[in-house]
Structure formats: structure tokens, C-alpha cells
Design a protein around this ligand. Structure first.
Ligand SMILES: Nc1nc2c(ncn2[C@@H]2O[C@H](COP(=O)(O)OP(=O)(O)O)[C@@H](O)[C@H]2O)c(=O)[nH]1
Ligand SMILES: [Mg+2]
Ligand SMILES: [Zn+2]
Length: 337
């Protein structure tokens, strides 16, 4: 058996692991996405299959898991996880959610011109806790002429080796980002909603696969547009998982748990990042109590609002400091004349 099934990522000792399971004629597979009670599993040399799980598994399969399918085509085993991204609900150490398994690289995304260093710090810590290497990706580099310098400085502060500034508008830094995505490696995008993660996926794919959030003109606020985690195969041979916004991790955690039913249903929407606002093939809009859906939207908006206020305050501070610097320089120049 091939140790690296085409398009599914690296797993050097897959054949040995499968043999050790004691399952009759197992087929290896990789969980591409989670649906309610079903998993979309990529298998070698065939189209992905939507399958149930059977028996007592060591873990509930999540995106990125390597699994063994039995003769009937059900998940019969979940292989050891190497590198996981797990988030904990704020104030509740027992409630943890595994976002993705067998992750090689966490791409911690923050948008320029005002990357939130503290939020990035928490995401780097989350990656480290799961044994996952992190790299910093500052998006929207076209909005900050010093983007590369800011990225290098922040990467140093975070203790990560790589810091790149990327613009999908003019293509700057996209090559540097691609270079981080080794063939067979699995990477996960982590960062705030509106940070440009889905746009990055589309750029790396060269196709509009992920719906991206147009920022509303009036208030410039980002919107939650990515609601599922799916393993996406990139042309270079790496795999990438897009995630919905993780703003204050604890805050969003609480929301995610409270609306787990919507999350689960959303996995069956036609578009990976359906907003359930009338998109075709939506599995949520008709299945969920409209009031509950409204509550979900309201909470997402509230979180966006909190985050935006913080970002706006930071931007004002920067403008003010720049203005003061300019005034000082002006005075010095005039003094010399
Ligand atoms: N100026 C600029 N805007 C970008 C860039 N990348 C994404 N955006 C915009 O940022 C908004 C949010 O993007 P999206 O990919 O949906 O963010 P996500 O929530 O992190 O997936 C969209 O309006 C994008 O057009 C970029 O490189 N430069
Ligand atoms: Mg998105
Ligand atoms: Zn939907």
C-alpha cells in the first residue's frame, strides 16, 4: 500500500498502522469534513465517500483524522492523532473541541494594517498546546507599506520562525506563503472573521471555492461567512483547512457550543461557508427555528462589533501617534529654516 495516498497528505507509516488494527481488509481514509453522524472521507484512487462510524472508536472523527474503513465502508478505527488544534471553552476546562487532527502547520492570520498581537499570541499558544508548529500570516498587505517589516517583527515577538505579509489584491507575498505549504503537509488557517482567510484559500486554489465576506460599506465590518472546517487539497499537494472566525477564543467557543446544532446542520449546506440567508442548498434555514437562527446571527454580530471597536480604537491610536510625529518633525524642520 502507498504510504502517501495521492491528495490525502503525509502519513509515513500508514500501512504498518493499518496492519496493527486487526481489521479485515481495511481501507485507509482521511476525514475531509464532518456532517451530522456522517463523515466525508477521502480514499486512495477513488471519489470521497460519505460514511457512518461503527463500533467503539478511540475518538469521534474530526476533519484531518486518518481512519480505517471496514469491509462495509464504515469508519472502524481512528488512527493516532499527530498534531491537533483543540480549543477550550472559556472557564470550563472540561469542554474542549478538536478543530482538526493531524495538522502540521497552523497559519495564524491577522489583517494589516492593525494586526492584533494578543489574539495572535493566543492562537500560537493553542497550536503549541497541540504540538503544531505555527507561522504568522499578515493579510491585506496592500493596506500597509511596512507589512513585511511588521510581519517579521511580530513573528519574532510570537516566537515563530516565519512571518509573511500577503496581499491577494496585488499578489505580494503569495509565493512566500506557498513556500510554507509543503507537499503532503496539512495546514489550518486560524484567525478572526474578516481577516481574509477564505480569500487566501481561493487565491491558493486559483478558484472561488470559499465564499468571502464583502465588508459592508457603511461600517466596514467583516461578517461570518465560513461555518465549517473542510480539508481542501491545494494544487501544490498541501492540504488546507479554512475555519470560521475565532475572535476572542473563549467568547466564540461559548457561542460554538451553544449553537452546536446549527454548526452540525451547516455541514450539509451546499456551500462550505453558507450564511443561511437564503443561499441555494442551505440545510439550516428551513431546519432551524427562525428565532434561534436570529439569535445565532445576533451573537455573531455582537462578537464582530466588540472586535471592530477594539480594532477601531487601535487604528485611532495609530493615526494620533502618526499625527503627533508629523507635527514634531514639522516643528524641527521649521526651527532649522
Ligand atoms: N485590501 C484587501 N482586502 C482583502 C484582502 N484579502 C481579503 N480581503 C477582504 O477582506 C474581507 C474578508 O475576507 P474573507 O476572506 O471573507 O475573510 P475570512 O472571514 O477570514 O474568511 C473581504 O471583503 C475581502 O475582499 C487583501 O489582500 N487586501
Ligand atoms: Mg471565511
Ligand atoms: Zn446554509
Amino acid at each position: 500500500m502507498d504510504d502517501m495516498p495521492a491528495g490525502l497528505g503525509r502519513r509515513p507509516d500508514l500501512a504498518v498502522e493499518l496492519d496493527a488494527l486487526g481489521i479485515d481488509d481495511p481501507t485507509p481514509g482521511r476525514v475531509l469534513a464532518q456532517h451530522p453522524g456522517r463523515w466525508l472521507v477521502g480514499v486512495p484512487d477513488d471519489a470521497p465517500v460519505l460514511v457512518p462510524a461503527r463500533g467503539r472508536l478511540t475518538a469521534t472523527p474530526v476533519t484531518g483524522d486518518w481512519v480505517a474503513l471496514d469491509g462495509a465502508g464504515a469508519i472502524a478505527a481512528v488512527l493516532d492523532r499527530r498534531g491537533t488544534l483543540v480549543r477550550r471553552a472559556a472557564g470550563d476546562a472540561t469542554a474542549a473541541q478538536t478543530l482538526a487532527a493531524n495538522v502540521d502547520l497552523a497559519l495564524v492570520v491577522e489583517p494589516l494594517p492593525d494586526p492584533n498581537a494578543r489574539r495572535a499570541e493566543r492562537l500560537v499558544a493553542l497550536a503549541a498546546a497541540g504540538g503544531v508548529r505555527a507561522a504568522l500570516v499578515l493579510t491585506k498587505a496592500d493596506l500597509d507599506p511596512d507589512g513585511q517589516v511588521v510581519a517579521a517583527r511580530l513573528a519574532r515577538r510570537l516566537g515563530v520562525l516565519e512571518g509573511v505579509a500577503v496581499s491577494t489584491v496585488d499578489g505580494d507575498g503569495v509565493g512566500a506563503l506557498r513556500a510554507l505549504l509543503e507537499p503532503g503537509a496539512t495546514a489550518v488557517l486560524l484567525g478572526p472573521s474578516g481577516g481574509g482567510k477564505s480569500t487566501l484559500v481561493n487565491t491558493l486554489l486559483g478558484a472561488a471555492r470559499q465564499a468571502t465576506g464583502a465588508v459592508r460599506e457603511r461600517d466596514g465590518r467583516g461578517r461570518h461567512t465560513t461555518v465549517t472546517r473542510e480539508l481542501i487539497a491545494l494544487p501544490g499537494g498541501a492540504l488546507l483547512v479554512d475555519t470560521p472566525g475565532m475572535r476572542a477564543i473563549g467568547l466564540w467557543d461559548g457561542a460554538a457550543d451553544a449553537f452546536a446544532d446549527i454548526d452540525a446542520l451547516a455541514a450539509a449546506c451546499r456551500f462550505a461557508d453558507c450564511r443561511h440567508e437564503g443561499e441555494p442548498g442551505c440545510a439550516v434555514r428551513d431546519a432551524v427555528d427562525p428565532e434561534r437562527l436570529t439569535a445565532w446571527r445576533k451573537l455573531a454580530r455582537e462578537q464582530a462589533w466588540v472586535e471592530d471597536r477594539r480594532a477601531a480604537a487601535q487604528a485611532r491610536g495609530r493615526l494620533l501617534r502618526a499625527h503627533t510625529r508629523r507635527q514634531r518633525a514639522d516643528r524641527r524642520r521649521k526651527g532649522r529654516e
